[in-house]
Design a protein around this ligand. Structure first.
Ligand SMILES: [Zn+2]
Length: 212
């Protein structure tokens, strides 16, 4: 696979650089000034640049397992918090999008943990995964785990997106920037099987398909 990456880079340099070399040179000289931040899962099937047709310099991206934004006061907020702080205070992005997705292994791990009554929470099976996804446990308090499997999956993934979205508001400089109307935040959920994009409704936590 590494060989394929090397070939991929060679092709990138030969083709992309030929066409967009000026943009890359400008980015190197002037620095980056992306207007949009995306917080998405580490999942290899979620590729923001490919999905949204963007290029170098367009998106400031944070990827982590299950697209989580921990609450501002959480001890786990350091990594994502640092990226958010830089994006809002230095880059002054205009939009932050929390992008969740279908068949999320991270959210499934959290659901499994909540449902596995035999495993004591202190007796974790993984070094990091369970304690990381546990951040979003409050998001699943109203999920009906007796529902159909696919409903549990979709509802949990969307609830986690809404949880991250709401947690953005706990960061004082994000809250202030929204109040000043210089920043907007968004909660989206991607179904890559049907290639549909859904967004949280303005006045509720329901998701509606985005029409194109
Ligand atoms: Zn995921």
């Amino acid at each position: 696979m590494v060989k394929e990456l090397e070939t991929g880079f060679k092709n990138f340099r030969a083709t992309y650089f030929e066409k967009k070399g000026k943009i890359l040179q400008k980015l190197a000289k002037d620095g980056q000034s992306p207007k949009t931040m995306v917080i998405c899962c580490s999942d290899s099937r979620v590729e923001p640049s490919m999905l949204f047709g963007t290029g170098p310099g367009d998106l400031f991206i944070v990827r982590n397992v299950a697209n989580l934004v921990p609450p501002f006061t959480s001890k786990n907020s350091v990594s994502t918090g640092a990226a958010l702080e830089y994006a809002v205070k230095n880059l002054r992005v205009k939009d932050i999008i929390v992008l969740g997705h279908a068949h999320c292994g991270g959210v499934a791990a959290l659901c499994k943990k909540i449902n596995n009554k035999e495993v004591d929470t202190k007796d974790q099976l993984t070094d990091f995964i369970e304690s990381w996804v546990d951040i979003a446990k409050p998001a699943l308090s109203e999920i009906d785990f007796n529902d159909k499997k696919e409903n549990i999956e979709v509802n949990s993934e969307r609830a986690v997106v809404v949880y991250s979205y709401n947690n953005l508001l706990s960061y004082p400089w994000i809250y202030n920037a929204i109040n000043k109307q210089i920043l907007e935040i968004h909660a989206w959920w991607l179904d890559f099987k049907s290639v549909t994009l859904w967004k949280k409704a303005k006045e509720s936590d329901a998701f509606e398909p985005m029409e194109f």
